[in-house]
Write a protein that binds this ligand. Sequence first.
Ligand code: PMP
Length: 286
Amino acid sequence: MSTKVYISGRLCPREEAKISVFDHGLLYGDGVFEGLRSYGGRVFRLEEHLRRLWDSARAISLEIPISIHDMASAVQQTLEANHIQDGYVRLIITRGAGPLGLDPNETADPQVIIIADHIQLYPREFYEKGLEIITASTIRNHPAALSPSIKSLNYLNNILAKLEGLQAGCVEALMLNFKGEVAECTGDNIFLVRGGELFTPPLDAGLLDGITRRAVIDLAREAGMVVHETTLAKDDVYAADECFLTGSAAEVVPVIKVDQCVIGDGRPGPLTRQLTSAFRELTRKP
Ligand code: PMP
């Protein structure tokens, strides 16, 4: 059965899901997107993802041509048309087609695209044994240049850091901000554990306000853990007892080595394991 993609208000076979080569989403990365997860046919934190999508669009003065309510139904419709219970949904809004200039006011017909797919980002082994990552030399975008809180179609900043990671044999890479502080990874937020407490960089360090990050902070607090959203240096990562990453696709994944430094005893730590299962329980709850 062919995959069905939602585009311009209708579901069509993937081969027919096409956009104009003049779309500024393609020409300039002018657009926004979201990555969501569905568990048992229900999208996890759909409202939060849609709010973030609308916020990203507003930040680049892009008007999404359908209502939040219609978007929510379209997501559900796309999942159902593809018979996906547990999967990944990519929501994309492009600026629309226009002449070969930058001016967004010259464009028309922004495209709303929804792709639902089966996806497993990391192999099981990474969850059991933990990831090794490196610190990229590519710094995270300066918030005054392109705010990392905007989930735009321009992901080159992250891709350059990801390439550095891959070059070093790592699937993720840590990114520092322009001040040299820890920001986030290329597609995941980062947490540390030290002395039984949790630490994660604050939003003003220049990072995506991750929905998994928020959920994990809530779960940790509910479990009685102390969570600090505070400025972190690379040395704090090296000295951590535990480290883990969060993201819609990755969920919660342990990190056991950063650059040359082994984290803790080189195995996923107890708080990481506790939060990994708490998150699994939360997402798979009926
Ligand atoms: N940071 C970046 C740069 C991301 O692209 C993502 C999403 N893949 C995240 C963090 C995690 O955000 P979320 O938990 O909302 O998926």
